[in-house]
Write a protein that binds this ligand. Structure first.
Ligand code: NCD
Length: 334
């Protein structure tokens, strides 16, 4: 039997408009550090990368030969797989590092582990860690570009960027919108990154949840605080429901899940009382029956799966923009 050679086609080029006029940053540690222009550059790059995922051959050679390591010290479904797939779509080599299966359990330090990974040629390290500031520490000790994939309750910049991209695609703008972040604000890195990103782009942010989970001091970041969802619901263009992070706080922060759901759960009834084009987001994982009902999660106002699709484009954009800064060469645009 003769084997037919497989037709090898040259992968299509990265869209020309993927390259912003200038990009100077080596790391993405949080949205607090970024200017409005930098956030807009990432969103514009993500918009042009979105198209690659609609091709039958979903791959471009932009980061061919680059090495992207995922260092996850906390569990993840979406973020880790999304970064891996994004790196593969750009033709980078990807490697997962899982803390529980590593020599950390033999006493090796976080920095030593990262230095060993760097010695294997990592150009980019995508880091998730329970300690706020862990990615920042790594950025001071290794030469690779560092992307914060969530550090404790501090920041989760790519999640906020994909939330913002999803809002902008649905509404056509961010400026002037009112966005409610509802739920466990205290423990949410998603909330903090959303606050920085949305306010820089001109949205009004309302933080809403039980007083035990919504710190008053966040008002200093330019947000409004509300303890009753029904009072603010009619003003919202977007509602982003955040999971109660029971794993981070064992105290009783509200009387019961049933009570929480009654006051803050997104139900069909609340959707009806909101604006007709109210957009519903959730970073996931979602807990049906706690933050929202199954009908709302799967209903016409929900953009939860669009967020996942847009997340891939955002992570491609971030990898593309940063990886050119990990050495003297820019990313290849062919
Ligand atoms: C979020 C996280 O890890 O901070 N999830 C995510 O990245 N999609 C939110 C959460 O865990 O509830």
């Amino acid at each position: 039997m003769t084997l037919e050679p497989i037709a090898v086609t040259t992968p299509s080029r990265v869209p020309e408009n993927a390259k912003p006029a200038s990009w100077e940053r080596k790391h993405l540690l949080g949205l607090e550090d970024l200017s409005r222009e930098e956030i807009e550059s990432i969103l514009a790059t993500a918009e042009s990368f979105g198209e690659i995922s609609t091709r039958s051959r979903k791959k471009v050679p932009a980061l061919l030969g680059r090495v992207v390591f995922n260092l996850f010290f906390e569990n993840s479904t979406r973020t880790r797989t999304s970064f891996s797939l994004a790196a593969k779509r750009l033709s980078a080599d990807t490697q997962d590092f899982t803390a529980s299966a590593s020599s950390l359990s033999k006493g090796e330090s976080f920095i030593d582990t990262a230095k060993n990974i760097e010695a294997m040629g990592a150009d980019v390290m995508v880091v998730r860690h329970p300690t706020p500031g862990a990615p920042h520490l790594l950025a001071q000790h290794v030469g690779a570009s560092i992307i914060n994939a969530g550090d404790g309750a501090h920041e989760h910049p790519t999640q906020a960027l994909l939330d913002i991209l999803t809002i902008r695609r649905a509404k056509g703008r961010i400026e002037g919108l009112t966005v409610g972040l509802v739920g466990d604000i205290s423990h949410s890195r998603v909330a903090r990154s959303n606050i920085w990103g949305l306010t820089k782009l001109g949205a009004r942010v309302i933080l809403c949840g039980p007083p035990t989970l919504v710190p008053r001091r966040l008002e200093q970041l330019g947000c409004e605080i509300a303890y009753r969802l029904d009072d603010v619901l009619p003003r919202l263009d977007v509602v982003n429901v955040l999971r109660i992070q029971f794993e981070r706080d064992q105290r009783a922060v509200f009387p019961s899940i049933a009570e929480y759901f009654r006051l803050f759960g997104m139900t069909q009834e609340r959707i009806r009382r909101g604006k007709p084009d109210l957009l519903l987001l959730a970073p996931g994982p979602i807990n049906r029956g706690v933050e929202l009902t199954p009908e709302v999660a799967d209903g016409p106002h929900s953009a939860i799966l669009d967020q996942v699709t847009n997340g891939l484009a955002v992570r491609m954009a971030v990898l593309y923009l940063l990886s050119g800064k990990s050495d003297a060469h820019g990313p290849t645009l062919d």
